[in-house]
Design a protein around this ligand. Structure first.
Ligand SMILES: [Zn+2]
Ligand SMILES: [Zn+2]
Length: 426
């Protein structure tokens, strides 16, 4: 059987082998109830059904790396099968480059020169920016009000082609108001650049070049273009066969770019997410896989361990450092986490109930191994008209944590309030 996440639950007699490809991908964790992770289900099934499991990835999850360190699973590395030589990698420190002095200036001089010489030799360049749209932020020039989705409390993204503001969470759309709806006097300014803005900047600089955007979910032909702009969608496209090459003689992996420029990876690194470095690293490894000659990474954090590991071709050094940091912070995979999420149509109800539950859990907890850490508004705090609050719990033993939580939550019910638990969120 072949399938996406849920196929892991498929009834199958005489199960012998499970293979999870791209095991680091967070889509393997269901973000709705029941919050299962396909990898966890796989571990459970092979134990019960005496089968074997292969986890495959070019940038494994820290969870799997940790299991290797503890000798719970065995590592196996495979050499590149496409016979490609390793591309040259250049890290550009944008603090000293000066390119960012002018706000929203995308390119270092080094990257501009690299694009130019790629074009001169008839090569293809890919510029990576993990934000769609034209402007990712719009605000009133007079009173400073940011335009947000009313249902999600999230900044609306401006789409230049449709000249419309969209919420990337719930697909809410509205026209760009001529004047501020709050103060009725200021005009709306656009800021925070996405792939559309990058595309328009490129066409201003490289007038002769054919520029294409590859951030749509459908597969795009890369033959009729010179410079391409994309979000992480390209990494998934790239494993599809290249239509320009005849079938049969095909090497592993399809599309390749002579030059790959990483524009703003710092956005990914600076996210409030304990896995932000791991996710950024995985992105970079994915991009490296579609780079033929040269990869240029622009950053203001040039010493970050994720760049050092890429530069030195030492994937283990990234995981060792990341594991060390997680250990210091008492974060997964060294400890388990549970997020108890409370949601209500009424803001006050969600806030109040979460504080009551937080106190109740703290009082009931007798186990030193379980820590009731904090109570905070959800991230995001409002989504599709619901208000979210969350309680963070960590524990050494996940089974003990579940045993503690279950009876506590059973006795906690309020009308108009929904409580869910996400164990080890990704
Ligand atoms: Zn205003
Ligand atoms: Zn929304």
């Amino acid at each position: 059987m072949i399938g996406t996440r849920s196929v892991i639950c498929a009834p199958l007699r005489n199960l012998g082998l499970i293979i999870i490809d791209e095991e680091q991908d967070t889509v393997d964790k269901q973000d709705q109830v029941p919050h299962y992770h396909a990898r966890q289900v796989a571990f459970m099934r092979i134990k019960r059904e005496a089968a074997r499991l292969i986890l495959s990835s070019s940038s494994p999850s820290l969870e799997s790396f940790y299991l290797v360190k503890k000798n719970k699973i065995s590592p196996l590395s495979t050499p590149r099968v496409d016979g490609k030589r390793r591309p040259e990698i250049k890290i550009i420190d944008m603090k000293t480059e000066g390119g960012f002095k002018k706000k929203e200036h995308f390119f270092s001089k080094y990257l501009l020169d690299a694009i130019l010489s790629t074009l001169n030799t008839g090569g293809k360049a890919l510029l990576f920016l993990n934000r769609k749209g034209f402007a990712t932020f719009s605000y009133c020039h007079n009173c400073g009000l940011a335009l947000k989705c009313q249902r999600c409390n999230i900044n609306l993204v401006y789409d230049f082609e449709e000249s419309i503001l969209t919420c990337h969470y719930c697909s809410f759309k509205m026209e760009l108001p001529k004047i501020c709806p709050s103060c009725n006097s200021g005009y709306i300014k656009l800021a925070g650049a996405g792939t559309q803005k990058l595309e328009s900047e490129l066409s201003r600089i490289f007038v002769q070049a054919r520029i294409k955007r590859l951030d749509k979910p459908e597969y795009t032909d890369i033959n009729n273009g010179d410079i391409f702009v994309s979000t992480s969608a390209i990494i998934k496209h790239a494993s599809l066969p290249d239509p320009a090459r005849p079938a049969g003689g095909q090497q592993a992996g399809g599309i390749n770019f002579d030059l790959v420029g990483v524009i703003a990876i710092d956005n990914s690194l600076n996210r409030i997410d304990l896995r932000s470095s791991e996710k950024a690293f995985s992105l970079l490894v994915g991009l490296l896989g579609i780079t033929k000659d040269k990869m240029v990474i622009q950053t203001r954090l040039p010493r970050h361990h994720c760049f050092e590991a890429i530069l030195n071709n030492d994937i283990n050094s990234f995981y060792d450092e990341e594991l060390k940091q997680r250990k210091q912070l008492n974060f997964p995979p060294l400890r388990h986490m549970a997020l108890v999420k409370l949601r209500s149509k009424k803001e006050e109800k969600a806030r109040l109930a979460s504080h009551i539950l937080f106190e109740k859990l703290k009082e009931a907890n007798r186990n030193k191994e379980i820590e009731i850490v904090s109570v905070n508004p959800g991230q995001p705090s409002k989504l599709r008209g619901n208000f979210y609050w969350q309680i963070l719990i960590t524990a050494k033993n996940v089974k003990k944590m579940n045993e503690f939580l279950k009876p506590q939550l059973k006795g906690f019910s309020h009308s108009g309030l929904i409580v869910t638990v996400d164990v080890d969120p990704v």
